[in-house]
Design a protein around this ligand. Structure first.
Ligand code: WTA
Length: 664
């Protein structure tokens, strides 16, 4: 059974701030605990072929060249894809940090994800295999995928959706979610996918920020044998949003839903009309045109709309999937994330299609109806590459080896992990029990903002369990003090990226100032600050420790303390609230909230349960606090900011550190 470490003392950072909770900290595995790749793995890897093509003998030499000449490297990769018109400049730095990649080029990510395969044998290749936990299965060749996407694109066009519009998509993990994203991109509109596990308030906020006129949803989705009532949540959210004119609903679960005449339309009805023709040209767009916005939690109550564009994102996601997960045409690849998360955007939808892969999508829980559901999927579909998160690995580990051992998992060649540091125990279990002991684990560090992997092994990297290892090609990473100077080996500091990269976010939607202040001004020198603490060991391996800001990673999902707090204070009984993350064995972190009640309300277990349910209803089940404590006082600075680190240290029974700014 996996256990997150909770015994280490909370560290004070070199910059005076308190390091995030220690349960997120990977064990300090000795550098001698290194897992070297096999000769066969090295010989056959895509990255080895590229290294040889460029005339280098080692990854280090290749890396040095790419980091000294990032524009040459990324242009090399871009040339493996198709463009309608070439770029004038690989990187335009004239308005830094508003960088432009492949400036002047015309392209469309859908051309590379679908169109270009249709003139090759891949037209008949399976692009997507989907199954739901209730047993339904479907598969789509690239040819059929193109038809579905084109029909939906034509429907959207007929509704007046065009370039510059942002279409909100709120669905569970079904193929139509993928079609919806691709249909928007195909006609040059942008999508904003709201994770299907989010609820009324989270959905309404995101629709309002994006000012969407069209919303694509489904009647419901499945999770652990239950139906998530997506359309019901939509109906409630739309009472708080003035912009939506049309809602297109996919029938999936088939339960009764309330459809509003004049606003809500069934997708299958629209597909029966002549407007839904399967012929639709892909719209050429500028490389820098918006592809999507994806909201992510930051330090304020308002989530940030992270903006990604067609050209650079397409090159970055393609290159990383090809080199890190070593995708070959004969592979079957499975990313078990949710498409509503950046991992799903980049590595379920776009990159696998651009590489022409066959990928798997599964709607449901890993342990439904039994804890071997995932291993059953691996063996039935012959999955070669599997990508998931530490929280899922830990939760399946506790059911023991008997469940995976019932299945033939020998097809697996590579495994992957993302979302939070992976504890070495889970790492070893994943490698030994799911892999075949020699199976490398690609522990990929990246963010919604980075678009694609930034620190990651490749199949030829010697691995240290718990470390995301080395920066990817062309990516210049460092660990620094607050003044921007580099930390010594093994010293904790702030994780930064020194040079721009193609899949980077371009701005925060409707808030360019926040883009600059949140990412580019925290450390001097025009560098990107990730918001994570990390250390670099004597071999240059990066050990990510966790978030430095008020963002909590719950089961790998990123939640802002401020969002949870504002959900709490929206309840009539709550005067003030503070939320913190505390170590949790399976989830990595769990939310604990402290609440001051309004006059006339008394603490009770019933009220605690009601408040938890209220947060779940407003934000989604993932944000439900584990525990709510009723208090009469919250520690605050003299300027009135809640000192969450004091609450956290108290909860962990640790020294509260410097409280000189505490209001008394
Ligand atoms: C954390 C997820 C350690 C980190 C793709 C980062 C990780 C945040 C790893 C971004 C990893 C992601 N090891 N920590 N391999 N991958 N993180 O935006 O704190 O949901 O800043 O993107 O997840 O979360 P996001």
């Amino acid at each position: 059974m996996s256990e997150a470490r909770s015994d280490a003392p909370e560290a004070t950072m070199a910059n005076g701030t308190v390091a995030p909770n220690t349960a997120e900290m990977p064990d300090t595995t000795p550098s001698s605990d290194v897992y070297a790749p096999s000769d066969g793995m090295i010989e056959n890897a895509n990255i080895t072929a590229y290294m040889r093509k460029k005339g280098f003998d080692t990854y280090d030499d290749l890396y040095q060249w790419t980091v000294n000449n990032p524009q040459d490297f990324w242009a090399d990769m871009a040339q493996e894809l198709e463009w309608y018109a070439p770029w004038d400049q690989v990187l335009d730095e004239s308005h830094a940090p508003f960088y432009k990649w492949f400036a002047g080029a015309k392209c469309n990510i859908v051309h590379n994800a679908i169109d270009r395969h249709l003139t090759t044998w891949r037209r008949n290749k399976v692009a997507l295999i989907w199954e739901s936990e209730m047993g339904e299965m479907r598969s789509y060749s690239y040819h059929l995928l193109n038809r579905e996407v084109s029909r939906l694109a034509n429907v959207l066009k007929s509704m007046g959706v065009k370039k510059g519009d942002i279409v909100t998509i709120y669905m569970s993990r079904i193929p139509e979610l993928m079609f919806a994203m691709l249909a928007c991109a195909k006609i040059g509109a942008a999508h904003s996918v709201v994770y299907g596990g989010f609820s009324v308030d989270a959905l309404a906020d995101r629709i309002n920020d994006a000012k969407s006129k069209v919303l694509l949803t489904a009647d419901g989705g499945y999770m652990r044998g239950k139906v998530i009532e997506l359309k019901k949540i939509v109906n409630e959210a739309l009472q708080r949003t003035p912009t939506i004119q049309t809602v297109i609903v996919t029938k999936h679960t088939g339960q009764d839903v309330v459809m509003e005449t004049g606003r809500d339309l069934w997708l299958h009805d629209l597909f029966g009309l002549p407007i839904a023709s399967a012929l639709c040209d892909t719209e050429p767009v500028d490389a820098e045109d918006m592809l999507f916005v994806l909201y992510t939690s930051g330090t304020t109550g308002k989530p940030k709309g992270v903006v990604h564009t067609h050209g650079g994102y397409m090159v970055g996601t393609y290159t990383t999937l090809k080199m890190v997960f070593d995708i070959k045409d004969e592979d079957r690849y499975w990313c078990a994330a949710d498409p509503g998360w950046i991992t799903g955007h980049s590595y379920i939808v776009y990159a696998p299609l651009i590489t022409g892969a066959t990928s798997i999508m599964y709607e449901g829980a890993p342990n439904f109806p039994y804890p071997d559901r995932w291993w059953n999927i691996v063996s039935r579909y012959g999955v070669n590459v599997m990508y998931t998160a530490p929280t899922a690995i830990r939760s399946l580990m506790r059911f023991g080896e008997a469940w995976p051992s019932r299945h033939d998992l020998s097809s697996i060649r590579l495994l992957g992990s993302v979302g939070e540091p992976i504890n070495p125990e889970a790492w070893r279990w994943f490698r030994d029990t799911i892999g075949a002991s020699e199976t490398p684990i690609m522990d990929t560090w990246w963010q919604t903002e980075t678009g694609h992997f930034m620190i990651t092994p490749t199949p030829i990297t010697p691995l240290k369990p718990g470390s995301a290892t080395r920066p990817f090609l062309g990516v210049d990473v460092d660990v620094v003090h607050e003044d921007g100077s580099s930390c010594a080996a093994n010293e904790d500091g702030m994780l930064i990226i020194r040079k721009p990269w193609p899949g980077m976010l371009r701005t925060v939607l409707n808030d360019p100032d926040r883009y600059v202040s949140a990412y580019w001004e925290k450390v001097p020198g025009g560098v990107y600050t990730a918001g994570d603490s990390a250390r670099k060991d004597e071999d240059g391996y990066i050990w990510v420790i966790g978030r430095l800001d008020d963002v909590i990673k719950v089961s790998g999902y990123r939640l802002g303390t401020a969002e949870v707090e504002s959900a709490l204070v929206s309840h009539s009984s709550v005067a003030e609230a503070a939320a913190i993350g505390l170590p949790h064995e399976l989830k990595g972190n769990a939310i604990h909230a402290f609440v001051i009640l309004r006059m006339g309300f008394e603490p009770s277990p019933a009220l605690e349960a009601e408040l938890k349910a209220h947060v779940g209803h407003e934000m989604g089940p993932i944000a439900r606090p584990e525990k709510i404590e009723f208090v009469t006082f919250l520690p605050k600075t003299r300027s009135g900011k809640i000192m969450r680190r004091v609450l956290k240290a108290q909860a962990l029974g640790q020294d509260v550190g410097d409280t000189s700014t505490l209001e008394t």
